[in-house]
Structures are given as C-alpha cells and as structure tokens.
Design a protein around this ligand. Structure first.
Ligand code: IPD
Ligand code: CA
Ligand code: CA
Length: 255
C-alpha cells in the first residue's frame, strides 16, 4: 500500500537530488527551447520506483517516459519530474516536482514541491490545500491589486501571437505581470493568493494535474481559454487559473 506520507517522503528525497545537481547533461527534445537533463530522468526514475514498490500495479503518465499509462486506473500518477527545467538549467530557482495521484479517473492527492524555496504545496480532494502544512486560499482582490502570471507556451511558437495579445489585454488592468517559468508553481502561486491570475495557451497534463487540485481546493477556478472546465486527459489544453471574479474581469476568456 502507498500512503501519502510515503509519497511525500519520495518527493522530498527527489527534491534533494535537484538541490545537489552537478555536471548537467543537457539534451534538446523538440527544439533548442525544449530541454531535458539527466536529473529530469533521475527524479522520474526514483519517484516511479518508490511508488511502484508500494503499488506494483500503479500506472504512470510522466513527462520523460514515452509510455503513457491508463489515467483511469485504480491508481494513476501524473508526474512532471522537473517543471521549470529551463530555470533549473540556468540556476534560477523556481522549479518544482509535480505529482498528482488519481484514483479511477478522479483526483485524490496532488503535490508540487519547490526544493529551492523549500515550499511544499499539497491538497487532498475534499480536504483543502496547504503550503508547508498551513492552509492556503486564493486571493479575493480585483485585477488592479493583483499580479498576473503567464506562461509563454515556449514549445508551441504558433501560439506566440495569441499569448502576447492576451498579455497586452491584461497588462493595462492589473498591478503588473510576471513570467516565472514553472506552470505548476504559477498555479500554486495563484492558489496561495500571491498572484491573482495565471494563464498559458497550452499545457500538458503533467504541467497542471497536481496544481489544478491544489488550486481548486484553495477555492480557485481552473478552466481553458473558452471558459470550460478542464478534464484531465493526455491532450494539451489552454489553462486559466484564478478566482471566478478575476477571470471574468481579465477579459481573456473567448478572446
Ligand atoms: C514548462 C514550464 C513553463 C511553461 C511550459 C511548460 P517544463 O514545463 O512549466 O513554465 O511555460 O509550457 O512546458 O518543460 O519545464 O517541464
Ligand atoms: Ca512541465
Ligand atoms: Ca518537465
């Protein structure tokens, strides 16, 4: 049997691997912007081994593994071993391990751990979300008092114009904008009220699976750019995260 404690320990241990990383071997995936290191693979390998030891039938959908498991299995884990690899490579901090645990297609538990800041965001379905054990909530502030975060969909250049049109739209309404470099942490920064809104024109399931549960358990809304609720699948999707009012005020839905 795998317990949440066992998973938390495995994630924290893997965070130590990120902190002590040296001699990075950087490889291009789809473009010079889309990179992977031996640590992305090592973290993935360690997490899968630690979970499989307790749950031999567990299914995995993990970014650096070509084989994608069944998301509707009794126990499915959606893993981004390092979200924010470009930050990690440039020693910028703000990168995270993201693990979502789904049971029979329903979210059960999500964790996003930034080892460089020692911040562990987590949520269990129906039980609220926390940061380092303390409950968190989305902000209730309007746009004019809020920071807006966004991702540049860097691996999909065909979405660049749309991305910068959306940024142009919100920039005049909010306090300021930030491009931090980890989608999972961006969503968690909204969940804990540091930022009011986050959007990105396309994300993969491992980027958002854990953070979406953390956001929703913090009282936040998680939809696509058409305003529809996002159902986890292997397909990419656009993402908007915030509280209901700020999403309406932003004017980016259906724009
Ligand atoms: C990326 C980061 C980035 C976001 C990209 C993601 P990766 O994940 O979350 O902030 O803009 O869309 O793919 O490649 O570092 O795991
Ligand atoms: Ca990612
Ligand atoms: Ca990654």
């Amino acid at each position: 049997m795998c317990t949440i404690k066992h998973l938390q320990n495995a994630i924290t241990f893997a965070g130590g691997l990120i902190l002590s990383a040296a001699d990075l071997k950087i490889t291009e995936k789809t473009s010079p912007r889309d990179l992977v290191t031996q640590y992305d693979r090592l973290v993935q390998e360690r997490l899968i081994a630690a979970i499989s030891e307790k749950l031999p039938d567990a299914q995995f959908v993990s970014e650096e593994s070509a084989e994608k498991g069944d998301l509707n299995a009794e126990n499915a884990f959606i893993i981004d071993p390092i979200d924010g690899t470009t930050n990690f490579i440039h020693r910028m901090g703000n990168c995270a391990i993201s693990v979502a645990w789904y049971k029979h297609g329903e979210p059960f538990y999500g964790a996003v751990y930034d080892p460089t800041a020692n911040e562990f965001f987590e949520a269990k379905a129906g039980e609220g979300a926390s940061l380092n054990g303390k409950p968190i909530q989305v902000s209730d502030q309007p746009m004019r008092n809020s920071i807006v975060l966004f991702g540049t969909a860097p691996y999909n250049p065909e979405l660049t114009d749309l991305t910068f049109e959306l940024i142009r739209k919100v920039f005049g309404k909010c306090q300021d904008i930030r491009r931090m470099g980890s989608a999972a942490l961006d969503i968690c920064h909204v969940a804990c009220g540091r930022a009011g809104l986050y959007f990105e024109a396309t994300l993969s399931p491992w980027d958002y699976a854990a953070a979406a549960l953390i956001l929703k358990e913090s009282g936040g809304t998680f939809v696509n750019l058409s305003g529809q609720e996002i159902v986890l699948s292997l397909e990419k999707t656009s993402v908007v995260a915030g509280n209901k009012n700020i999403i309406a005020e932003s004017g980016i839905i259906n724009s």
